[in-house]
Design a protein around this ligand. Sequence first.
Ligand SMILES: Nc1ncnc2c1ncn2[C@@H]1O[C@H](COP(=O)(O)OP(=O)(O)O)[C@@H](O)[C@H]1O
Ligand SMILES: Nc1ccn([C@@H]2O[C@H](COP(=O)(O)OP(=O)(O)O)[C@@H](O)[C@H]2O)c(=O)n1
Length: 230
Amino acid sequence: MNTKELAVAIDGPAAAGKSTVAKLVASELAYIYIDTGAMYRALTLKVLREQIPPDDDQAISDLLAKTDMQLEQGDSGQHVLMDGEDVTEAIRSEYVTNNVSHVAKHASVRKEMVQRQRELANKRSVVMDGRDIGTHVIPDAEVKIFLKASVEERAKRRYDENVKKGFTADFEKLKEEIEQRDQIDSKREVAPLVKANDAIELDTTDLTINQVAASVLEEVSKVLETRRDG
Ligand SMILES: Nc1ncnc2c1ncn2[C@@H]1O[C@H](COP(=O)(O)OP(=O)(O)O)[C@@H](O)[C@H]1O
Ligand SMILES: Nc1ccn([C@@H]2O[C@H](COP(=O)(O)OP(=O)(O)O)[C@@H](O)[C@H]2O)c(=O)n1
């Protein structure tokens, strides 16, 4: 059995559980986890710091061309380095969250990001999560999962997460922000958020994290078994 050759693509809307599940699955399989949302978030942080309007696609793609991004595995989880600076925390701010979909919608930005992501996924043994992984970044991924959950449940998850971190949170506002981001991500012209035809859809609304991870691992096992038999 060669587990080294699989790519697992996990897509879905905001707060569906993609990164939590992707990390668990990657850890179980000893694969690399690649958080593509973190790359769009890091670029957005830089765009905001440099006061570039999120609609200025030319200025943003010029900025991306001279921006180095690294995803590094540390003892306390994955760290996001932008031009050598650890921006792991900064990219999760509300300001970045509410601007990222505007930055991520530009064709030139996506072209460069997808190229960088494909290089990272080139050697397989990856679990990659995002919005367009199964449809565009790794269309030949052996396992494709589309995670969804009701917007109510997703807002509740983000709310609980914020409260745990000690942030004040307004549930209705969080829900609205999630809906707005999903809307922009789903309606954009280039590589919108959509389930790949061959992706397995999992509604996680009433499932625990461990149940979702177990379902994804089961899909991986099925592919590995088919290979062994074939
Ligand atoms: N199936 C689940 N049941 C309950 N909570 C979940 C589930 N999946 C994820 N969560 C929680 O929801 C929050 C958002 O999950 P996350 O993995 O960040 O979503 P995404 O990467 O899709 O935005 C996290 O706090 C996570 O612990
Ligand atoms: N492959 C990807 C990943 C993220 N994104 C964009 O980046 C944003 C942040 O992604 P994320 O995965 O960090 O978001 P959360 O669902 O974790 O809040 C998304 O809302 C998209 O606008 C994208 O366009 N394509």
